[in-house]
Design a protein around this ligand. Structure first.
Ligand code: FAD
Length: 360
């Protein structure tokens, strides 16, 4: 049986909850369908030692400040899961966990949302499925001949899984730095950190807050129609969170430029020398999880979905949040998703009140 509602939110991580908060405030009828069995979005799947790169008071969703975690300046992932679980309850958000959306289709002026738990007919859809379920692995020669273990950031849990092994951590971003530091500080594995470009740490006295400031400046410039001030790339790639700083300062982070290929025993470097390895951890990023939107045929020439703010250019009933800067500066962070979520919901409410969203 098909159910009816104003808005279906696809995804119940932080971005889905921020959308839910604003939908509640607007008094719209909505449901949040979330594939995960429990609250917390991707935070519930992150590795054991992960900590935020900014303090709790800079990691809050709209309406409710994240409480500080006792003894930690930078909260851990478990603390974020607790916060999101509480947030969902506090605002009584209608989240259905364990509901995976397979397809969103056009249907006579509405959108039909097909989940494995049932079908919804909606006047608008907000897609907030994040990137965690689409890990990216680069095409590197020899990947199939390497007999050792290969895993992505999403499968890494703790150094205990690598005791006594020679491990290469590939990727010069925040995840690569933190996982290399985690293994190096633990000391049970022989770890080398491999990066495409020379590593670029942010200054030690600044953390994720500086990244948010850059995003704010960019947002203001764009809102005022001024020249784009650019993203955070100019500041550096890696926030020197305490564990990363400790490993770096103790000389435990052995960094090498990217290898040329994988071999039957390890890797060959570009100078022709070889190293044996038991495991490779690919910290090589993610892509937006958008396969449920494929029936709408919205992909642009570069693979992404073109948006005007959060609204899909090719489908006025669809908004996207999170994912990356293309849906709003830093909109894939805790503190910065609230603003585009509010914009999206206000836009939908306006469209619904004038009837313009149907049959557009
Ligand atoms: P997610 O948390 O991934 O939530 C998406 C939800 O959608 C999930 O619950 C999933 O089950 C659901 N879903 C997916 N597909 C479907 C489907 N087809 N149907 C139904 N449901 C579906 N940000 C910060 O602000 N501070 C930090 O310190 C920080 N550290 C980070 C560290 C790492 C390693 C990573 C990867 C990211 C970090 N981020 C940080 C960025 C960002 O805050 C997180 O990635 C965050 O989880 C994004 O939230 P989201 O709601 O967009 O996506």
């Amino acid at each position: 049986m098909t159910q009816h509602t104003d808005v279906v939110v696809v995804g119940g991580g932080q971005a889905g909850l921020a959308a839910g908060y604003h939908l509640r405030r607007q008094g719209l009828d909505f449901v949040v369908l979330d594939a995960d069995a429990a609250p917390g979005g991707s935070w519930q799947h992150m590795w054991d030692s992960l900590h935020l790169f900014s303090p709790a008071d800079h990691s809050s969703l709209p309406g409710r400040l994240m409480p500080a975690q006792p003894g930690e300046t930078y909260p851990d992932a478990g603390h974020v899961v607790d916060y999101l679980t509480d947030y969902e309850k506090r605002y009584d958000l209608p989240v259905q966990h364990g509901a995976r959306v397979d397809a969103v289709r056009r249907d006579a002026g509405h959108l039909l949302v097909e989940a494995d738990t049932g079908t919804w007919r909606a006047k608008a859809v907000i897609s907030v499925t994040g990137t965690w379920s689409r890990p990216f692995l680069p095409a590197v020669p020899g990947r199939s001949v390497f007999p050792g273990r290969q895993l992505h950031t999403v499968n890494y849990r703790s150094p205990a899984d690598f005791a006594g092994q020679r491990v290469l951590v590939v990727g010069g971003g925040k995840s690569g730095a933190q996982i290399a530091a985690d293994l190096a500080l633990d000391g049970q594995a022989d770890v080398t950190w491999v990066t495409q470009r020379p590593t670029r740490f942010l200054a030690d006295d600044i953390d994720g807050r500086a990244l948010f400031d850059v995003a704010t400046a960019r947002r203001r410039a764009l809102d005022a129609g001024r020249t784009d001030t650019g993203g955070v790339a100019s500041l550096g790639d890696i926030v020197a969170v305490p564990a990363v700083r400790a490993a770096r300062d103790a000389g435990l982070l052995h960094v090498k430029p990217m290898f040329a290929r994988l071999t039957a025993t390890g890797v060959r470097w570009s100078d022709g020398s070889q190293s044996d390895a038991d495991a490779i951890v690919w910290c090589t990023g993610f892509r937006p999880a958008l396969s449920h939107l494929a029936p709408l045929n919205l992909r642009g020439s570069r693979g992404g979905i073109p948006t005007d703010g959060t609204r899909a250019v090719g489908e006025p009933r669809l908004h996207l949040l999170g994912y990356g800067d293309w849906t709003g500066p830093a909109s894939a962070t805790l503190i910065r998703v609230g603003r585009p979520a509010g914009d999206a919901v206000r836009h939908i409410a306006g469209q619904l009140s004038t009837g313009r969203i149907l049959g557009a």
